[in-house]
Write a protein that binds this ligand. Structure first.
Ligand SMILES: *[C@@H]1O[C@H](CO)[C@@H](O)[C@H](O)[C@H]1NC(C)=O
Ligand SMILES: *[C@@H]1O[C@H](CO)[C@@H](O)[C@H](O)[C@H]1NC(C)=O
Ligand SMILES: *[C@@H]1O[C@H](CO)[C@@H](O)[C@H](O)[C@H]1NC(C)=O
Length: 191
């Protein structure tokens, strides 16, 4: 164990020296170096997360806005080419007024000629409890009209540094105003 630690310290020192050699720019800020020294022998753990994401477009301040589309989007049966930006509240329960624990911000595009499906890339920034300040990034295919789909979790920060995982997504409700509530059940591997 001591040996691993000394190799690690050597590597960290080397990285610092290399950083200094290249114009004095440190290779990692102190908080990441601290993470490395406290986690070098850590075992990966599994965390299950259960939360809801609310898309509100019926109000004067929608949480989801279309920002671009192609000339052909309006005639496309799958809205191919439409691009939107979202900043949806993440809540503990599905009901309106449920406690907000973070925000899901990102971009998606209607990216299929064959079906109504999205390519999404977004990050949940947690703002409450043990995950406050930590983030989880999601990226992938979302076959929006399918009852149950999966999106990959491709990384994270803070508690979720080096995270990877997968989430299932279900549309719990959606109404004619376009408002919708999604249920997320995630499995995250992290340290
Ligand atoms: C899109 O439509 C506009 C207005 O009809 C036209 O001026 C423009 O050339 C079109 N762009 C493409 C890429 O077809
Ligand atoms: C979350 O963290 C921020 C920044 O440290 C802090 O200002 C805020 O009060 C925290 N919120 C909760 C609910 O703990
Ligand atoms: C859709 O649901 C929202 C609440 O999320 C509500 O404010 C809105 O009035 C509903 N629209 C319709 C047409 O039911």
């Amino acid at each position: 164990m001591e040996k691993i630690k000394s190799i690690l310290v050597t590597l960290v020192s080397l990285a610092t020296i290399v950083g200094i050699a290249y114009g004095g720019i440190r290779t990692s800020p102190d908080s990441l170096e601290k993470w490395l020294t406290t986690h070098y022998a850590a075992k990966e753990k599994v965390t299950q997360l259960h939360f809801y994401v609310r898309d509100v477009i019926s109000t004067p301040t929608p949480t989801n806005v279309v920002v671009a589309s192609a000339n052909t989007t309006s005639s496309s049966p799958t809205s191919f080419g439409q691009v939107a930006v979202m900043d949806d509240p993440v809540t503990v329960g599905p009901e309106p007024g449920s406690k907000i624990i973070g925000q899901a911000g990102g971009i998606y595009a209607l990216a299929s000629l064959e079906e109504t499906s999205l390519h999404m890339t977004f990050t949940i920034v947690f703002a409450d409890g043990e995950y406050n300040g930590s983030t989880l990034s999601f990226s992938g295919h979302n076959a929006y009209l399918t009852p149950l789909r999966q999106i990959s979790i491709v990384g994270g920060t803070g508690v979720f540094a080096f995270a990877r995982g997968v989430t299932s997504v279900t549309t719990l409700s959606s109404n004619s105003s376009g408002d919708a509530v999604f249920q997320y059940d995630s499995i995250v591997l992290h340290y």
